[in-house]
Design a protein around this ligand. Structure first.
Ligand code: 5AD
Ligand code: SF4
Length: 481
């Protein structure tokens, strides 16, 4: 239908208004976990309404925001190095303002302003809605800090601006914070107490993604299995909820089931699971739905019961084996990955061997392994000496990484000869003639592009592999298209 003149004029005025408003440039970058990357998309959305456009060019920026991680000392050092870089850039662009977001902001609070002169703005993970006010302060020449943690899921009503967008897969956060208090972990201090997001707002966000043709959604939380919606509030306060709230509460299994039923063609993933909170109900729901990916990231941290106890992990080695056995018996093709920490205080060679033997039992598909890094304020830092020498930590870490490499290779090899469904995400980094996508088990597959496009589900016959990637050729479309 033709537009009337009036409509055209209004349209032009709108474009001009937007141009006038959108004149400030935001450079935002993220470190750490997927939650941080997802939060940066919320921040971009909040600031878009304030007239900020994102830029990929640091030198151009009016406002630079860095979303930070505190999980290990090295993560914090990386951010400090970036601040040095901003400092150099600011010499040619003196009006540029710099803000730190995320976990380091929460941990260091206003100390950040004293330690790093380049920083104008410090904002914790629950305070992003206050950014417009805080930026006004900064523009008036004052430093600004907001590190107040919340009791509610804070951003349910905000539709994120997709920053790392391939148009195919997106993250949707469902819980925030963590109540588990593992003794090594800074997260409960930087992300606050555990709270869940209203299922309706989760569904609305997924609806929007599906309508834009996204094919895969990852439900995100520090501890997704403890998702519990009973009308709002902290997870730990559920005991005071009314009988009605208890009867109508939605747990993680119910949420997964709801999403899987409503969107049968959408691939669903979730992360991170905590062994002590993962239920049989969740495993059964995974087994029931083809569209829930057969992959669980299930951190173990240590294979020694004594160390698990010292870490305040509330399960034993045997209970973890039982969980693995249950997963494998219900979902035989399920991939499992781990996080492991080596050199936790007091860890002996015996404890280390327990970790190696646990890995032999599970034969993980992937792994993320780290040397223990003492974090200020945690229970381990307060109560235990960081007594394992660095060379011992590093040697144990190397042994664990080597064993994991063997297991990953073994798992990858088992796919050779099989035909697997792959969701195509992007061009392969190594060759523009090849696509890169993932199987339901989260394994990356690279294959010639032929007639296929990004967002297609292709059936790929696997005929080889490298250490981290399966190689093959597409033999047709999957019936999920
Ligand atoms: N030192 C080393 N690794 C840690 N992790 C968490 N805290 C520490 C720490 N203090 C690891 C755990 C966790 C992952 C996200 O980071 O393995 O599961
Ligand atoms: Fe890092 Fe943990 Fe914060 Fe994520 S929640 S950014 S992993 S400290």
């Amino acid at each position: 239908m033709e537009k009337t003149i009036d409509e055209s004029i209004q349209g032009q005025a709108l474009v001009l208004d937007q141009k006038k408003e959108n004149k400030r440039k935001l450079f935002i970058e993220s470190y750490g976990c997927q939650m941080n990357f997802s939060d940066s998309e919320i921040v971009a959305s909040i600031l878009e309404k304030e007239g900020f456009n994102t830029t990929q060019n640091l030198e151009d920026a009016d406002l630079v925001l860095v979303n930070t991680c505190s999980i290990r000392e090295k993560a914090e050092q990386t951010v400090r190095k970036r601040l040095e870089k901003y400092n150099a850039v600011k010499k040619n662009n003196p009006k540029m303002k710099v803000g730190v977001l995320g976990c380091m902001a929460e941990r260091l609070k206003s100390k950040f302003l004293e330690e790093e002169k380049i920083v104008d703005l410090v904002v914790g993970p629950d305070a992003y809605k206050d950014l417009p006010n805080l930026i006004e302060e900064v523009e008036a020449g004052r430093n600004a800090v907001n590190v107040i943690l919340s009791k509610e899921e804070t951003y349910g009503d905000i539709s994120p601006v997709r920053l790392q967008d391939n148009g195919v897969s997106a993250f949707v956060s469902i819980t925030r914070g963590c109540d588990n208090m593992c003794t090594f972990c800074v997260v409960p201090f930087t992300r606050g107490r555990e709270r869940s997001r209203d299922p309706q707002s989760i569904m609305k966000e997924i609806d929007d993604l599906v309508s834009k043709n996204y094919k895969e959604v990852t439900l995100l939380g520090q501890n997704v299995d403890s998702y519990l919606w009973y009308g709002g509030g902290l997870k730990r306060d559920f005991k005071h909820a009314s009988e009605f709230q208890k009867a109508t509460a939605t747990n993680f299994a119910k949420l997964l089931d709801m999403v899987a039923i409503k969107y049968p063609k959408l691939r669903l993933r979730f992360t991170t699971s905590n062994p002590q909170d993962m239920t049989m109900e969740v495993i059964d729901i995974m087994a029931k739905h083809r569209n829930i990916c057969k992959y669980i990231h299930l951190p173990i941290q240590s294979g020694s019961d004594r160390i698990l106890k010292a870490m305040n992990r509330l399960h034993t080695r045997q209970e973890y084996f039982d969980l693995i056995d249950n997963i494998k018996s219900r979902i035989p093709d399920c991939a499992i990955s781990q996080d492991i920490i080596t050199g936790f205080p007091t860890e002996t060679e015996e404890d280390h061997k327990d970790t190696l033997s646990l890995m032999e039992y599970v034969q993980y598909d992937y792994g993320f392994m780290f040397a223990y890094s003492e974090r200020p304020g945690t229970l381990a830092a307060k109560k235990m000496e960081d007594d394992i020498p660095l060379d011992v930590k590093k040697r144990r870490l190397a042994e664990i990484i080597e064993l994991q490499r063997k297991h990953s290779e073994f798992r990858h090899n088992s796919f050779i000869g099989q035909t697997v469904e792959v969701l195509i995400e992007k061009s392969s980094k190594k060759s523009s003639e090849h696509w890169s996508g993932r199987t339901t088990q989260n394994t990356v597959v690279v294959f010639p592009k032929d007639q296929y496009k990004i967002g297609d589900f292709a059936m790929v016959k696997i005929d080889g592999c490298t250490s981290a990637t399966l190689l093959g050729n597409a033999v047709g479309y999957s019936d999920n298209n």
